[in-house]
Design a protein around this ligand. Structure first.
Ligand code: MG
Length: 162
């Protein structure tokens, strides 16, 4: 029987700016676009938000603590590997994921064609049924840095249980 005291919620937020000559990965899926996202790793803004939400829920600091962007080891790294490491970390403490809800904030590119594939990829890494993963994409109606097409932001909320 699930004890309500063994539930933990966590939130994550991330931003990466557009950069020419880089690939774009969001939630583990390569997005076909004229620009990529800049960052020390593969700059997967979606996975970064998810990892911070998971770590936050488990009370385990943040991704910068575990995977510093000053460490050459993480240069260009596939964020899917980091997500897998984060899952191992919380599993050591006995936590499991109940569900995840992600919002990707991007004026461009259009992400709806990639949503189902993103769910498949995340479901595989997190060993979580696809119906427990929600991925939404929204614009900011051309307002703010995402609206000016300077970059992409992502929000994630995760519920953990023991
Ligand atoms: Mg990031």
């Amino acid at each position: 029987m699930l004890n309500l005291k063994d539930l933990r919620i966590g939130q994550g937020f991330d931003v990466h700016r557009f950069k020419e000559g880089r690939d774009m990965y969001i939630c583990g899926v390569k997005i076909d676009y004229k620009l990529g996202l800049d960052g020390h790793s593969d700059a997967d803004v979606g996975i970064h938000a998810i990892m911070d939400a998971i770590l936050g829920a488990a009370g385990l600091r943040d991704i910068g603590y575990y995977f510093p962007d000053t460490d050459e080891k993480y240069k260009g790294i596939d964020s899917k590997k980091l997500l897998s490491n984060v899952l191992n970390l919380i599993e050591k403490d006995g936590w499991k994921i109940l569900n995840i809800d992600i919002t990707i904030i991007a004026q461009k590119p259009k992400l709806s064609p990639y949503i189902e594939k993103m769910k498949i990829v995340l479901s595989d890494i997190l060993k979580l049924d696809r119906d427990r993963i929600s991925i939404k994409a929204t614009t900011t109606e051309k307002l703010g840095f995402t609206g000016r097409e300077e970059g992409i932001a992502a929000l994630a909320v995760v519920l953990l249980y023991k």
